[in-house]
Design a protein around this ligand. Sequence first.
Ligand code: NAD
Length: 384
Amino acid sequence: MRLAVLKERRPAETRVAATPETVKKLIGLGCSVAVETGAGLASGIPDAEYAAAGAEVAPDAAAALNGAGIVLKIRAPLGTGEGAVDELSLIPRGALLLGQLGADAKAAGTYAQLGIDAGAMELLPRITRAQSMDILSSQANLAGYRAVVEAAGAFDRGFPMLMTAAGTIPAASVFIMGAGVAGLQAIATARRLGGRVSATDVRPAAKEEIKSLGASFVGYESEESKQAQTAGGYAKQLSAEFYAEQAKVVAAHIAKQDIVVTTALVQGRQAPQLVSAEMVRAMRPGSIIVDIAADAGGNVALTRPGEMITTENGVKILGYHNWPGRIAGAASALFARNLLTFLTTFWDKEAKAPKLPAEDEIVKGVLLTRGGAVVHPNFAPAKA
Ligand code: NAD
């Protein structure tokens, strides 16, 4: 079975869906692997390393995709009019496509029409068996780390308390908003750097997790927040009254912070706005806000997605796109392993091809289309 790995062409995308390490293992499964030239460059992987791992380096997307039965991507392939190459039209009918496809009903319909079996890895159920395939977790973890490191780089003082002969620099106060996978890693990283760390979340379970990492919990709790978690482990959308009370509690706290890292997401919705313009105005000059949720609309009123801005009162807001892509080598390594684990879990050793049992919980969660039909419950057309 031929497996193709394409160069990512979407803006701000620096990652690649296979590494020399995973290429070797894919070949071990019985695949022949074609990697489009330049696919790994932004992640620090030259073509020669793929070739040394046994891959064919293809001169363009069309050559890589020619005859492919499996296609690995980070982001959804470009369609007609989306860029210089219409990647979608080059994917052979019947191929299995895996990546963070960010799919909606329209895209699912297109995959079905083109006969592509599309797997949207971001829809993977958050169950123990799927942990090692979980792209959202592997990427969020790195985003949380990177956010704190970039905050430290932009901050004009230090994170730890620095006691020197010339005097003492106090430790930075760091506040992490949203303590999921990214937020917990941000807490751990800020603690390792020596910051004084506090954090908030709405899910009741998060409070203990925050404390277990040595940070203090700051937040608003109510009857409503006791039910703030869905069965899948995500935060629910809460009432306007709840958000207003939460804002009151965090506003006073934010004014005293040097660094604020926001990571809050509500699945399938615009990110909740947690930091108002007024709260930013109350911060001291030189303070830093990092908004990891920028691509989902941002948690901070003043965030400009894709940019770093300095407000009139001297607060820097880092709202860059694609935080895991800012640590591309590690992000690609983990993303590639997540995809490899998915394939090895659902691999028919005799046929040397993927075998995706329709009744499997992971397959049901991920697969959008199969054999020309939309099969995912979120997107399947309603039965008459
Ligand atoms: P996420 O990226 O959807 O959201 C990030 C965080 O923002 C969450 O902790 C959420 O509660 C928080 N948030 C939402 N609204 C908020 C608000 N108004 N104020 C403050 N915080 C707010 O979440 P995630 O990182 O993907 O994790 C979601 C859950 O899934 C967690 O419970 C995590 O432990 C769990 N998880 C389980 C597995 C597994 O078992 N395989 C894998 C990964 C994550």
